[in-house]
Design a protein around this ligand. Structure first.
Ligand code: SF4
Length: 204
């Protein structure tokens, strides 16, 4: 089947994976993107955060969560008492998917086929890092981590026991950026922080 598998080095450490990802041709998303964006954070972290895919800024800079959603995430981590330097951050899909509108590149949600194609990278990362808790930020990440469709509203904030690590599902910080009024932003921010706190407690 098509997918990243043949480009993922077996039993490799994170630094090796982060190099190898640049050669991946597991789906067509590598073509229009600037570069693959892998992870940041310590390779022995107790908590792994999984986002959806790199955004416009991330694609240009080659680092995950350096754009507006990353700012929201950093604030939420701090409010939850999690040290941003101590968590490992990655994405379900490693290349930026977008549509062009004039000079702008607009985020386009990855298809299930892209998530499936890219999941061998995430599996290799989890085998290398061996976290206690994986936090899936949003529906794309939840599908990649759990292998099936997840309704965030129904499952968020619970500690789902896994064989090798627990999983906590929550919303993607970019969802907060679309909220226009302060009250809804505040409520969603607090809910994200509460879920991150649950993950922190599960990892402790
Ligand atoms: Fe490979 Fe994932 Fe990039 Fe597709 S999105 S080319 S599977 S790294």
């Amino acid at each position: 089947r098509p997918g990243a598998e043949e480009w993922v080095p077996a039993s490799a450490r994170v630094d090796k994976l982060a190099q190898a990802v640049h050669d991946c041709r597991g789906c067509e998303l590598w073509g229009p993107a600037t570069q693959a964006v892998f992870s940041s954070g310590p390779d022995d972290a107790a908590v792994v955060l999984v986002g959806e895919q790199p955004g416009d800024r991330e694609d240009r800079e080659g680092e995950p969560f350096v754009g507006p959603a990353g700012r929201v995430l950093a604030e939420a981590l701090e409010a939850a008492g999690l040290d941003a330097e101590q968590v490992y951050v990655t994405n379900a899909v490693k290349h930026f998917r977008f549509t062009e509108r004039g000079k702008r590149r607009l985020h386009k949600k990855p298809d299930v086929a892209h998530i499936r194609a890219c999941v061998p990278w995430l599996e290799a990362e989890l085998s290398a890092v061996r976290p206690r808790v994986v936090v899936a930020l949003g529906a794309t990440a939840a599908r990649a981590v759990l292998g099936h469709e997840v309704r965030i509203g129904a499952e968020r904030g619970q500690v789902l026991d896994g064989e090798t690590h627990d999983v906590v599902v929550t919303t993607h910080p970019s969802a907060l950026l679309r909220l226009r009024d302060r009250a809804s932003y505040g409520a969603e921010f607090d809910a994200l922080v509460a879920d991150l706190r649950t993950a922190a407690d599960a990892a402790a």
